[in-house]
Write a protein that binds this ligand. Structure first.
Ligand SMILES: [Zn+2]
Ligand SMILES: [Zn+2]
Length: 440
């Protein structure tokens, strides 16, 4: 009686538990199996066992599995033996190297009973020259999510107060003076024409020409000094409306015209080929195509206003220059502030109340503020109290002092969180930085 000749498979793996599992699978499927625990043992086994197929691990002590593969395939006595690499290394380069050196297949550990027997069965049933390489795939279905860039957004083009700064100490926060772009998907609205507006102008030049609305919080230098370099104003076909508050000094047109006086700049306002309309705000809100801009006088020199608008249902307040609780250097506790003093700010508190995001300043630390009372800016702890009184849900701090380096602002931000916690109002707070975009 003759027994059907079994196919012989040599399992080469340094891990005993894996060898046991593989041997069990293979024997159950009817193969004759032998094992080796490393490359040296493999070379010893091959002449005596005469395997038809070797299942070869690669990360083994002693001779690396790829060297075993190369040696077996380059020796005319063993080159006919099929080799399937069985490895935990699930990388493309390993798989291609295996192909290059004529492995029949590459299967990745951990493999199932079915995967192992399918690879072995394939070797014995089909052409021995076929190569199968499985490309690694994610274990679970990939969670695919992409940015919806059509959503309304705001972008900070300048977040520095008073004067631009540059240099290594200011790299992370940036040095451009205030400019905020608001894009609701329909109109382009800009607040402030600090030096940040120069780069915004370059971006707008690469987009379809559309009416531009520029709101000026007040006309101190840092809020208008980028205007001469706002390229869309130098383009024929641009329609630009500049909005500002009235009630102080010169009218808006005279201020911009004066800024472009021949003593200061080579191009005068009347030379600009764009159509510029100056609009002194009387009505409130200012109604644009798809956006209503509310405004409110705030506590700063001159006719200074803050703004409020909504994007995607979220109410956003933007107030760059404002001295809340002028002269008050005490603890941020409303009980300590005389009611008649607080009453001076009731319109402001009403204006910001329940804002989803307030973008505003607290330009000075408490120590700095004590020396700069009346300069038109708020102390850190007074700024925290304003958020609490307005029930603001999130605070983004802007109009950073030119003396404050990145490191200083990091510490100041941490101190802000500490104060907000201490007054029982720990809302999220962050620093605005040049180039920062927030989608709504
Ligand atoms: Zn300012
Ligand atoms: Zn100012």
């Amino acid at each position: 009686m003759t027994e059907k000749i079994k196919k012989r498979v040599l399992v080469v793996d340094d891990t005993e538990s894996i060898r046991i599992v593989m041997v069990t699978f293979l024997k159950t499927a009817g193969y004759e199996v032998a094992t080796a625990s490393d490359g040296d043992e493999c070379f010893l086994m091959v002449p005596s066992f005469q395997p038809d197929l070797i299942l070869l691990d690669i990360m083994m002590p002693g001779i690396h599995g790829f060297d075993v593969l190369k040696q077996l395939k380059s020796d005319p006595n063993t080159s006919h033996i099929g080799i399937i690499i069985c490895s935990a290394k699930d990388y493309i380069p390993e798989k291609y190297l295996a192909i290059q050196h004529s492995a029949f297949a590459y299967i990745t550990k951990p493999f199932s009973h079915d995967e192992l027997l399918a690879a072995v069965g394939e070797y014995f049933s089909i052409s021995h020259t076929s190569i199968t390489v499985s490309v690694p795939v994610a274990e679970k279905e990939q969670f695919a999510v992409s940015l919806d860039s059509r959503r309304p957004y705001i972008r900070f083009w300048g977040t520095r107060g008073s004067i631009p700064v540059s240099g290594a100490a200011y790299i992370r926060h940036g040095g451009n003076t205030p400019c905020l772009e608001i894009n609701d998907g329909h109109s382009t609205v800009i607040i402030d024409a600090g030096t940040g507006i120069r780069e915004l102008g370059l971006k707008l030049m690469s987009e379809p020409n559309q009416p531009l609305h520029l709101f000026i919080g007040h006309t101190h230098w840092d809020h208008i000094q980028g205007f001469p370099f706002f390229v869309p104003a130098h383009r024929q076909g641009t329609s630009l409306t500049v909005y500002g508050a009235s009630g102080f000094g010169k009218d808006l047109r005279s201020i911009f015209s004066g800024q472009l006086d021949a003593d200061y700049f080579p191009v005068q306002l009347h030379d600009l080929p764009s159509t510029i309309i100056f609009h002194e705000m009387k009505e409130n809100p200012i109604v644009l195509d798809t956006l209503n801009m509310n405004w409110c006088y705030v506590h700063h020199q001159g006719a200074t206003v803050g703004f409020k608008f909504a994007l995607n249902g979220k109410v956003i307040v933007y107030i760059t220059d404002n001295e809340f609780l002028k002269g008050y250097c005490g603890a941020p506790d409303v009980e300590l502030i005389p009611p008649e003093k607080l009453a001076l700010y009731s319109n402001l508190i009403q204006f910001i109340s329940n804002a989803d995001v307030m973008i505003s300043e607290s330009q000075y630390t408490n120590e700095e503020y004590a020396k700069k009372i009346g300069w038109g800016h708020t102390s850190l702890s007074n700024g925290c109290l304003l958020c609490k009184l307005g029930n603001v849900k999130r605070w983004v701090i802007t109009h950073h002092d030119p003396m404050h380096t990145d490191e200083f602002l990091d510490n100041k931000l941490f101190l802000t969180r500490q104060i907000l916690e201490s007054i029982g109002y720990p809302i999220p707070v962050s620093d605005a930085v040049d180039g920062m975009t927030e989608y709504f």
